[in-house]
Design a protein around this ligand. Structure first.
Ligand SMILES: CC(C)(COP(=O)(O)OP(=O)(O)OC[C@H]1O[C@@H](n2cnc3c(N)ncnc32)[C@H](O)[C@@H]1OP(=O)(O)O)[C@@H](O)C(=O)NCCC(=O)NCCS
Length: 167
């Protein structure tokens, strides 16, 4: 276990999470702001990307588990992202659609913000939502992030939201 919030534990993803992640990656609505849905092979690559991040950086996207039911709710965590030639740390969140609107993403993102500031000693954390992803932008705002600029990344325009330790 990496982190505990009021309602969730955050733990590392493993290759046993393929079916859990497919609840998100096979859902065209959840993946609306991504290039496409993901199949099993792409999901395994995603998990491998995170296993490498845990080994090399000590952080990555984590599985969010409901403390009461043990159910897989989604993923939230920290990933390095290059923005205009600078490596920044992004707080990312993707939840299973049946759990949307229950403030799980906000609760998880807040815990990741504190982890980034106090365990990783970072002064600045960002999020990179698609301009049309209003729920994602709202989560960024609710954890104290402020819209800074629009940049090109992943072959499209994304917004840079940022929060600083002394915000
Ligand atoms: C983005 C996402 C994680 C939000 O999850 P969630 O658990 O519903 O988030 P929360 O309940 O913590 O908060 C969502 C906020 O957005 C608001 N919101 C939701 N849909 C919205 C919409 N269409 N327009 C405006 N606001 C919206 C909610 O009202 C809530 O704000 P509030 O607390 O002020 O009422 C979820 O929609 C998701 O997994 N989407 C697919 C993956 C994705 O796009 N991830 C972001 C990549 S940058």
């Amino acid at each position: 276990m990496i982190l505990e919030t009021k309602r969730m534990i955050l733990r590392q993803l493993t290759m046993d999470d393929v079916d859990n992640l497919l609840l998100i990656f096979r859902d065209p609505i959840a993946m609306e702001h991504y290039p496409s849905t993901k199949d099993v092979a792409e999901t395994k690559s995603w998990i491998q990307w995170n296993l490498n991040l845990y080994a090399n950086n000590g952080y990555g996207l984590w599985a969010a588990i409901d403390k009461k039911s043990g159910e897989f709710l989604g993923q939230v965590g920290l990933t390095p992202q290059e923005v205009e030639q600078v490596i920044e740390i992004e707080i990312g969140y993707l939840f299973v659609r049946k759990f949307w609107g229950k403030r799980f993403a906000t609760e998880g993102a807040l815990a990741c913000r504190e982890y980034g500031f106090h365990e990783l000693n970072r002064n600045r954390l960002i999020s990179l939502p698609d301009p049309l992803n209003l729920a994602s932008r709202r989560v960024a705002e609710k954890i104290g992030m402020v819209l800074e600029k629009e940049v090109t990344k992943w072959n499209k325009q994304v917004l840079v939201y940022a929060v600083h330790k002394d915000y």
